[in-house]
Design a binder for this molecule. Sequence first.
Ligand code: ADP
Length: 161
Amino acid sequence: MRKAVYPGTFDPITRGHIDIIERGIELFDELIITLAINADKNPLFSVDERIEMIEDAVKDFDNVQVASTSGLIVDFAAAERAIALLRGLRYMSDFEYEFQMAWINRHLNKNITTLFLMPHRRYTHLNSTVLREVAELGGDIDSFVTPMVAKRIKQKFHITT
Ligand code: ADP
């Protein structure tokens, strides 16, 4: 049973994340999407809201679990007997941070391998921050998220369309 953990903030989950998930489930028997609870970040959506949106987005995949942790991701992965951490790489600006995280995670647990996947080019410039900013200003975000996420974002920003 080859398991991987896909960690992230998912504030909220986008089609870029889903693209990585679809690829990941081809490579592993089980994928655990793991919401990393980070006290330093000030998310738009609560942990429960983000989990609900992830669960809705992956409801049709049977080898995907959804979890959260406020501890070290490698510790969570080891406890789950996962062998890999999945991360998305979009452009060079992602590289420096991702490289640093992969390095420290390898230092913390050499048995867990970080694996980078590239999304479809239509999602290359998509991130949750851009999405939140465009949505707040009333821009069209429907093609970048699931219908549930589009609805929840509009509710947050009191947009009625
Ligand atoms: P984090 O705060 O851990 O970066 P995110 O939720 O922003 O959390 O991202 C989780 C992972 O998904 C990261 O590896 C990120 O690079 C990747 N990711 C985010 N958006 C996209 C996208 N549009 N395409 C591919 N990967 C993405």
